[in-house]
Design a protein around this ligand. Structure first.
Ligand code: NAD
Length: 371
């Protein structure tokens, strides 16, 4: 989450008639559905931090209100979604995230994307995929639609497809937000390409606004601060959405394990053995159950055990941080900041290239807001 004290100085709210944050979406799945609904749900939230409705961390961030966010382009390869208006595609199966807002017709067609490695073995039976668009087609669509920030919500494990859309963002002059565990912001090559182009980049693998990674990390930190030595830990997850189905492919899950483990330990040196697992349980739908266990050693070498269960809606919690990140990346774009925007990546990503502490994140975001 982005600390609100870091963003109090917002340099003037743009308001609906002023500059906008034009967002393109790659992958109109559950997270996209929650994001699109969220912009609608909080559109009338006003600008007061004290009167913010539940779930909204920043009515105004980096000079932008939620109502300044517009959706301008969307790409998918599922024929159940392509050709539909974005407001309709978010309800198409196999999406199964909760409906919490009515979304009017947006005038944004979901365009056929480029398939690459986007659809994996486990999900191939549930997705009628057709993705024949070329890189040039995607670049053209991004340019024509005036997209500022391209958000990557591809299925876990889509490394080649993520790089293809990152390249399209570069060529079209867009910022890129990599919400999935593929290596983009952590890649020196991509970081340098965005820096050279003067375009902002943030990644990799979005943190939920309040999720298992945040809770697990907080526990590990507080134990370490109080002298408890971690011996081992696990995080076992269960859910019934497409993300969990995709995580049943071992090679796709490998990338998630890596970013999850980095999310729990951050940049800290010594790491106890950690296990991350994810099961697909269809009847859970978009509910996610997390079991976290920690074994530690306390005063006098005495054993300490923590077992914790948490249950949340998976996708809305992810969308909350995206609402913040797209506004920050647009502010970076406005200011000509290129390359990985470290405070944004450290605030909302499980595996940022550079780990910053809270004070460093706050200072970096304040600088972004102040211009
Ligand atoms: N809490 C969360 O839900 C959370 C948190 C952090 C990160 N993430 C990551 O966000 C990503 C999206 O999650 P989701 O739950 O929305 O997944 P999802 O499976 O519901 O949606 C993915 C969408 O991408 C589409 N797609 C596949 N290949 C494509 C291609 N080549 N081009 C365009 N579209 C393509 C699919 O058809 C589908 O509509 C996942 O990688 C997930 O790991 C999710």
């Amino acid at each position: 989450m982005i600390d609100s004290t870091s963003t109090a100085a917002t340099g003037g709210v743009s308001g609906t008639a002023g500059p906008t944050v034009n967002v393109g979406i790659v992958g109109v799945g559950n997270c996209a559905s929650s994001l699109v609904q969220g912009v609608r749900f909080y559109a009338d939230a006003g600008t007061g931090e004290d009167t913010a409705p539940a779930g909204l961390t920043h009515p105004v961030l980096a000079g932008y209100a939620v109502s300044d966010i517009r959706f301008t382009s969307a790409f998918d390869v599922d024929t159940a979604k392509t050709g539909l208006d974005l407001s309709e595609a978010i309800w198409a199966e196999p999406n199964n995230s909760r409906a919490f807002a009515e979304v009017p017709h947006l005038g944004v067609p979901v365009t056929e994307g480029a398939l690459s490695d986007g659809v994996g073995r486990s999900s191939s039976e549930r997705v009628a995929a057709r993705g024949a668009a070329t890189l040039d087609d995607i670049v053209r669509r991004l340019r024509e639609s005036g997209t500022h920030v391209l958000v990557n919500f591809l299925p876990v494990g889509s490394q080649a497809a993520s790089e293809l859309y990152a390249e399209a963002a570069l060529r079209a002059g867009c910022a890129f937000l990599n919400c999935i565990p593929s290596t983009v912001a952590r890649s020196p090559r991509w970081a340098a390409a965005f820096a050279d182009a003067g375009l902002p980049l943030a990644g990799d693998d979005l943190k939920s606004q309040f999720g298992a990674t945040l809770l697990h990390r907080a526990l590990v930190d507080v134990l370490a601060r109080n002298g408890v030595r971690l011996r081992s830990t696990y995080q076992l997850l269960a859910g019934g959405n497409m993300d969990f189905l995709n995580m049943q492919d071992p090679e796709r899950m490998a990338t998630k394990k890596a970013t999850k483990t980095q999310g729990v330990y951050g940049g800290s040196g010594e790491r106890a053995p950690a296990h991350v697992g994810a099961d697909f349980v269809p009847f859970l739908g978009d509910r996610k159950v997390a079991f976290i266990r920690i074994d530690g050693e306390g005063f006098g070498g005495t054993p300490l055990e923590i077992d914790l269960r948490m249950e949340v809606d998976d996708s809305p919690s992810a969308a909350g941080n995206v609402l913040d990140a797209v506004r920050c990346l647009k502010a970076a774009l406005d200011r000509g900041i290129g390359g990985v925007v470290d405070p944004v990546a450290a605030a909302v990503m499980k595996a940022p290239p550079v780990a910053l502490d809270e004070a460093e994140v706050a200072a970096g975001l304040r600088a972004l807001s102040d211009g």
